[in-house]
Design a protein around this ligand. Structure first.
Ligand SMILES: [Zn+2]
Ligand SMILES: [Zn+2]
Length: 135
């Protein structure tokens, strides 16, 4: 069981079972979103994740250019989740929001084409220029 929440505590979540995969996304959108070099993500089936509180949804496009939503705490604006048309029925938890960051076990790095030399700790993971199916 993974648990986590936003900075102010208004949004809490828990995820049951094992994640389908987890990794680091170095796409430009995740860099803009996080103010850093990447976002850690943990992918679950939507039904495995229970969210307490009303999230703010921002509709945008993912690194692939397809519609993708980012879900935030409406109060402190922490980014918490992402969903994408490319991955129907799935939800990505942003790893920094976990209560116990030690539970995050990234296996892959995606969109490494925009990975920066000052944020290359993921070079030891399985790396993809964009997303796995496109590599
Ligand atoms: Zn909050
Ligand atoms: Zn990304």
């Amino acid at each position: 069981m993974l648990t986590g929440g936003c900075l102010c505590g208004a949004i809490r979540y828990r995820a049951a079972g094992s994640p389908e995969f987890q990794g680091l996304c170095h796409c430009r959108d995740c860099q803009k979103l996080s103010g850093g070099g990447h976002v850690g993500f943990i992918c679950f089936p939507k039904e495995a994740v229970t969210i307490e509180g009303e999230v703010l949804v921002h509709h945008g496009k993912g690194g692939s250019g397809r519609p993708a939503d980012r879900l935030y705490c409406p109060s402190c604006l922490s980014p918490l989740f992402g969903t994408s048309e490319l991955m129907p029925g799935k939800i990505n938890i942003y790893a920094g929001s976990l209560d116990d960051l030690g539970q995050f076990r990234p296996q892959i790095a995606i969109f490494t084409r925009s990975r920066q030399p000052w944020d290359d700790g993921s070079r030891f993971l399985k790396c993809f220029e964009t997303i796995p199916s496109a590599s």
